[in-house]
Design a protein around this ligand. Structure first.
Ligand code: AHR
Length: 658
């Protein structure tokens, strides 16, 4: 224990309480809670509370990635999925998909349209968007298309947004210039004239001749940082508000793929958009009960954008790469151990892409994409939820190669799908023998599990590998059940567990709730931290729990005790505490899962002076089943109350919780 003296300017108490009965129980002094502010027991890593991003539930395409046109380059399994031909083409083959895969493997298909002299604007194409398109009144929309048109032909285009009744919501007309045999890009912008959550986009054509179209795109102009072709600002703002210590990407199972040919390959997600080879999203058909046949990855949100996003929101980037193993729940395909070179090379090249100087091959690519400065990658994951000796033997190859070339990179390694059991025990043992840096543990469990395991890390192995609680979420029903809700009950269970992680910040150095985003009309997996539709987004109670912890992280863990014992479930109370040496704050988190209001006396020991004014942040709900919704997003949200200290004492939980 490291004892020292500190002048505390301010005390900040985060009380996360669930109150079902407003009955007060008066605290006895011998039950008083004592915070030992001068006894630092651990350092809180800046990475402690982070976010986990995966393109699941229309998190990227149809979500964060603000492209409004679905199947913009006609590469979906069915090339005209999402599109409808308007009017009646005169001749068979007037609308035809051509495939040039001999010369362009990344973006083989395009649409060839032949118009006849009497095509007078009654022929065209309509795109349905991702469950419609969210359109905002007055906002500028940027349309672009790659096209090819020969001399002699004369083709005009009229584009428009419409609502479900066919009402025009804005658009413009343009002439397609001659391009000869060259593919060229045409761009035009227009303003929307009304707000509509489920608009469609029409392209009407007029004239005589042949035009080839590809990469048909429509973006709102109000993207994050107003970047053209960028991301939805409301969704990123919710992430930025968490002040996450890291962002893990791109998953999740999406890293593994159904089989190895469908694995995530970062090199195919960078460079010009038209060169990023589309891939079916593994969540497209994963669950028979939630099929999403139109779910593909266009990689408009690719590895460059992920790194940029991490930088924007001040989070450490944590890419996870395939370990030469496809999803073990699916094909369970593996690359032979003696043929892992391309996989390992991808990892080495990724580090060079992120950190290499501009003279290096991949550093140069980063520079050409607009980021000459390194992204300062420090963490890299190898494998997601992989298990068995097959994983360990492959991981060893990666570990040797990466550590030899980049000894400072910390490797995140998989502890499989479950936090206990034979597979977990095997991996935990092997990884520790291998001197793994960080072990990634996952918990998708019922709320009770989180309460019963709030002490999981109190007696954990303290030497060697650190822990990344890389995916967790309390399941109100059961894992992958469609009945799971982001209820208050799940949120308080997670909060109780998180006090245990914080108390053991010398062991747990990173953690993230999963999954992050879900579209109300396009999800496969629930519960999720943030829900969206085409125009709106909101934080669940679980989001506010994450936010309370991550924005009140502190720098060092200090003890918070009742009867000289840690508070980890006795009398339905859970607690942890930190000090913030930068702001001279004491931060206490207390979780009351009893359903009763409890008055607790809290004493701050070990400080010379204390500012008498403290902040008491309460997150509460009326019922365990309470949820936030798109129409009612603030049923459960934190509210600050001033609290007056009497010397070094105060009462917490004394405010009526509803
Ligand atoms: O978060 C959803 C999925 O749960 C992730 O893709 C996977 O890693 C886990 O099984």
């Amino acid at each position: 224990m490291n004892a020292y003296s500190i002048d505390m300017k301010r005390i900040f108490v985060v009380v996360i309480c669930c109150v079902l009965l407003a009955a007060y129980t008066t605290a006895q002094n011998n039950n008083a809670i004592v915070v030992k502010a001068n006894q630092v027991v651990a350092t809180v890593q800046p990475t402690m509370w982070g976010v986990f991003f995966e393109d699941i539930n229309m998190g990227a395409d149809g979500g964060l990635y603000a492209e409004l046109i679905k199947n913009r380059s006609f590469e979906f399994y069915k090339p005209l999925m999402g599109w409808k031909i308007l009017g009646r083409p005169q001749t068979e083959g007037d609308f035809i998909i051509q495939n040039r895969n001999q010369i362009n493997l990344a973006n083989p298909r395009f649409l060839r349209i032949t118009l006849h002299h009497n095509s007078k604007g009654s022929i065209g194409l309509s795109n349905e968007g991702f469950r419609g398109m969210g359109i905002k009144n007055g906002l500028r929309y940027d349309f672009s298309v790659m096209y090819r048109r020969s001399a002699g032909d004369n083709i005009k285009m009229h584009i428009e947004l419409i609502d479900s009744t066919g009402r025009n919501l804005g658009g413009t007309a343009l002439t397609i210039p001659v391009s000869g045999n060259e593919w060229k890009k045409l761009s035009v912008s227009f303003n929307a004239t009304a707000t509509e959550p489920k608009a469609k986009f029409n392209i009407w054509l007029e004239g005589d001749g042949v035009v080839d179209l590809d990469m048909t795109s429509l973006f709102p102009s109000d993207t994050w940082k107003n970047r053209p072709g960028g991301m939805r600002a409301d969704m990123i703002q919710l992430l930025a508000d968490l002040k996450p210590g890291f962002i893990r990407f791109p998953g999740g199972c999406i890293v593994e793929g159904y089989d190895l040919s469908l694995r995530y390959q970062w090199k195919k997600t960078i460079g010009p958009l038209e060169d990023r080879q589309l891939l079916i999203n593994r969540w497209n058909s994963e669950f028979a009960h939630r099929p999403t046949p139109d779910y593909f990855q266009t990689f408009g949100l690719g590895f460059f954008e992920y790194f940029q996003l991490a930088e924007d929101i001040g989070a450490e980037p944590l890419p996870i790469l395939n370990a030469g193993m496809a999803c073990q729940f699916n094909s369970a395909e593996v690359a032979p151990v003696d043929q892992l070179d391309p996989y390992v090379q991808d990892a080495l090249d990724l580090i060079e892409f992120a950190n290499g100087d501009l003279n290096s091959k991949w550093g140069k690519v980063r520079g050409e994409m607009g980021h000459p400065a390194p992204f300062k990658l420090k963490l890299l994951g190898v494998g997601n939820e992989n298990w068995g000796p097959q994983y360990i033997e492959r991981l060893r190859v990666f570990q040797n190669a990466i550590k030899q070339k980049y000894p400072d990179i910390k490797l995140v390694t998989s502890a499989g799908t479950d936090p206990a059991g034979e597979r977990f025990e095997f991996l935990n043992g092997e990884l520790r023998k291998m001197k793994a840096d960080i072990i990634d543990e996952h918990f998708y469990r019922r709320p009770d599990w989180f309460l019963q395991n709030a002490s999981r890390y109190d007696n954990y192995e303290r030497n060697g590998a650190k822990i990344f609680a890389g995916e967790y979420a309390a399941q109100s029903d059961r894992t992958v059940s469609i009945y799971n809700k982001n209820s208050w009950q799940t949120a308080i269970a997670e909060a109780a567990f998180m006090t245990g992680m914080e108390r053991n910040a010398d062991v747990v150095v990173m953690s993230s709730y999963a999954p992050l985003f879900a579209h109300t009309d396009g999800w496969q997996w629930t519960p999720d931290l943030i829900w969206i539709d085409n125009l709106r987004s909101f934080g669940t109670p679980n989001y506010y729990i994450q936010k309370l912890f991550s924005t009140n992280k502190g720098t060092h863990v200090i003890p918070v005790l009742k009867n000289s014992e840690i508070i980890a479930g006795k009398d339905s109370l859970y607690a942890s505490a930190t000090i913030d040496k930068n702001t001279s704050e004491v931060i206490v988190k207390m979780v009351n899962t009893s359903g009763q209001t409890k008055m607790q006396e809290l004493t701050i020991d070990g400080v010379k002076k204390l500012n008498p004014k403290a902040v008491h942040t309460i997150l509460k709900a009326g019922k365990l089943e309470d949820v936030n919704t798109l129409n009612n997003p603030a049923v459960i949200q934190p509210i600050d109350h001033p609290i007056q200290l009497k010397g070094k004492k105060m009462n917490v939980f004394e405010l009526p919780c509803f």
